[in-house]
Design a protein around this ligand. Structure first.
Ligand code: FMN
Length: 331
């Protein structure tokens, strides 16, 4: 049984990765329905939280059915991180996660995200400040190191465990790699095999099929797998992996009816949570993946990203359901 603090996550948990502008409550709802064992919010700026910025505060929204859920924060200032840890604590999620992996310039320039990978003493101080300011189990998500010449994940794992983190998710790339090349899981295995390491180690990077998930589970010995991009527009990935791991057989790809049902739920929740305009706009990035590999879908997809009223989009989805009722859908 994999545990983070007292939270039991089953034998081999599948985690939904934190993803900015993606891992919001509407998307998390459809991932939860389809087998995600632990989900994280997108990262939230500690500076934004303490300034009481509306955008940052809104990202704290969590719902009871999401449990167990982790809220992720980032920042490079101890005081701001401690204060925002107290704000997160009051929101009562199950876990508080710290981001030391974001490669984006605007974050790194402020000495936050993956920028902290260049300064382990600062990373230790920030983590300590957060651990001391919350009663929640604290987890960390990070990368292998800053670049190929400064890979330090083994030291990072030990130092962070020593100051009290309860699990570590490792994306098998350096900051310099951004999202290029292939994720290297060999160092993730090394961390997991270190006899000093007692906390769960979750592997992350490029898992996009049940076969790959099983292969990486066996090859790298991690305690669970975190999935990001492969879940966008395809939340079924979680149950597909679970089924394959259990039975060795692949589930059939979701039918058009299932795809539309899930897209409609996602859309409805987006509009409820963000308002009609933003909800519709931000939903557009998901349609390509929901309706990938479906013959003759293009004109419909085009309309999906043009319509501006909820009723219009919802009606179009109903129409698509009729039109594509018998469409053969490839995995
Ligand atoms: C659109 C997008 C937004 C992301 N935002 C975050 C974030 O807010 N916090 C974080 O720790 N990682 C973030 N990531 C990184 C992912 O959590 C994950 O580490 C990365 O995508 C690799 O996993 P994958 O190959 O399964 O996608 C983001 C990735 C993407 C594609």
């Amino acid at each position: 049984m994999v545990k983070i603090g007292n939270i039991e996550l089953g034998e081999f948990p599948l985690l939904l990765a934190p993803m900015e502008d993606v891992s919001d409550p509407p998307f998390r709802a459809v991932c939860k329905d389809n087998g995600a064992d632990l989900m994280y919010t997108e990262f939230i700026s500690s500076e934004g939280l303490i300034r009481d910025a509306i955008k940052s505060r809104k990202k704290l929204d969590i719902f009871p059915y999401e449990k167990p859920i982790g809220i992720q924060i980032f920042g490079g200032d101890e005081e701001a991180m401690a204060m925002s840890a107290r704000i997160v604590d009051a929101t009562q999620p199950d876990i508080l996660d710290i981001n030391y992996g974001c490669p984006v310039k605007k974050v790194v320039c402020k000495g936050a995200g993956a920028g902290v990978l260049r300064d382990i003493p600062l990373m230790v101080r920030l983590t300590q400040a957060v651990v001391k300011s919350t009663s929640l189990p604290v987890t960390v998500k990070t990368r292998l190191g800053w670049d190929d010449s400064s890979i330090n994940i083994e030291e990072v794992a030990e130092r962070l465990q020593d100051v009290g983190i309860k699990a570590l998710s490792i994306h098998g790339r350096t900051r310099a790699q951004l999202y290029k090349g292939e994720a290297d899981w060999t160092l993730i295995r090394k961390v997991k095999e270190n006899p000093r390491i007692q906390i769960p180690i979750f592997g992350n990077g490029d898992i996009d099929t049940p076969e790959k998930a099983l292969e990486y589970k066996n090859q790298y010995g991690v305690d669970g797998i975190m999935i990001g991009r492969a879940a966008i527009g395809y939340p079924w990935i979680f149950n597909e992996i679970k089924h394959f791991m259990k039975t060795g057989e692949k589930l059939a790809a979701p039918s058009m009816k299932q795809r539309i049902e899930v897209a409609r739920k996602h859309l409805k929740f987006s509009v409820e949570w963000k308002g009609e305009k933003t909800g519709i706009l931000e939903m557009r990035r998901h349609y390509t993946s929901y309706f990938r590999n479906i013959p003759n879908i293009k004109p419909y997809r085009q309309k999906l990203v043009e319509f501006e009223a909820y009723e219009q989009v919802d009606e179009l989805l109903c129409e698509m359901e009729q039109e594509f009722m018998n469409a053969f859908v490839e995995a």
